[in-house]
Write a protein that binds this ligand. Sequence first.
Ligand code: GLN
Length: 446
Amino acid sequence: QHFLQRIAQYDNSLNSFITVCADQALRQADAADAARSQGTAHALAGIPIAQKDIFCTQGVKTTCASKMLDNFISPYNATVISKSEATGLVMLGKTNMDEFAMGSSNETSYYGGVKNPWDLSKVPGGSSGGSAAAVAARLAPAATGTDTGGSIRQPAALCNLTGLKPTYGRISRWGMIAFASSLDQAGPMTQTAEDAALLMNVMSGHDAKDSTSINTAVPDYTATLNNDLKGLRIGLPKQYFGEGLDGQVEQVVRDALKELEKLGAILVDIDLPNTGLSVPAYYVIAPAEASSNLSRFDGVRFGYRCESPVDLTDLYKRSRGEGFGSEVKRRIMIGTYALSAGYYDAYYLQAQKVRRLIQQDFANAFAQCDVIAGPTSPSVAFGFGEKNANPIAMYLSDIYTIATNLAGLPAMSIPAGFSQKLPVGLQLIGNYWQESRLLNVAHRYQ
Ligand code: GLN
């Protein structure tokens, strides 16, 4: 009731929720109370959570912030949702986001932009901007996000939260509406690393329904939070501290690194020479996969259908033309072009080769250090419309986050301090399956 009341009071101005599930939430809370009195409750039963509107929820609208899915009610729950329910978490509602998770500012949502609670004239970041704003404004104690190229970490940074993108394959993608399947990964967005660890315990694990989910044991992510950082080698990629990084953001990040040094960590300079290729490679691979994934939205099987089509081709054309927003259309066109017969070798195949080089960069770096650190985003939260007119400027806001998705590595953003009263995120990148290590560093720092 506390959080539902805060949503009712503040979300008119923030717009962080697309759907609020007040009645269902109170019923779930009652069920958690009942389980608790019978002694059968999970330790987290009754904790409220906001779910990004990219996760299919049985009986509750799932829109992906698109007109295309404005009327879509999934017949089943995503695995992330069913695991939350089995734990007894209470779903407060579904959060706003960039349409089909394409964006870095939440400005592409069919349901309108989300405001950054730290400064209502600024964006919250994206694509998980609604989840970030909801948690930052204490409309929910925690939320889920998804991260294809930075969509958990960048909004976490811009809203002063802890956000973790796990290793690709750690959390099931079943029922999570696909953007770029080889990059998409779900994760927690919370106030603290400890909360993130608790949610990782709930969300992680193998799922037979997702062939890319990996069958390795899930550790208790809270067990190692307090491990000593003495002797931990933190690699600082020179490419993450170069041109394009706001000077004050750099200062806040360097101050945070000094704190980690005081805790016993050793800072080492490292080289990720192919960093500059990650944005161009991503903007071939992600749209290519998106153009394929989004072909299922054809006006026949899901969501929006145009009025009175004259024939099948007209039905497809107008349903897609009217149902998708302009950024989604741009990605579908880029992806279709890159995958077409004459251009496949020149773009898609080249991008896949670059992807391997980027992965190799990280492998070489992890021979010299245990974790990698740097800024999450080159700037603090920016104004509405500031980058929206120029897609390239928007795409560059993910310059430090995209490479880890291409490599499949775990990475997180944690609050590092403020620049001009706006939050700055410190990014920590780990080797495969090193989520516990990242959470440990984050927890000791916090
Ligand atoms: N901003 C990036 C994009 O627009 C990443 C989005 C994401 O991680 N979902 O594709």
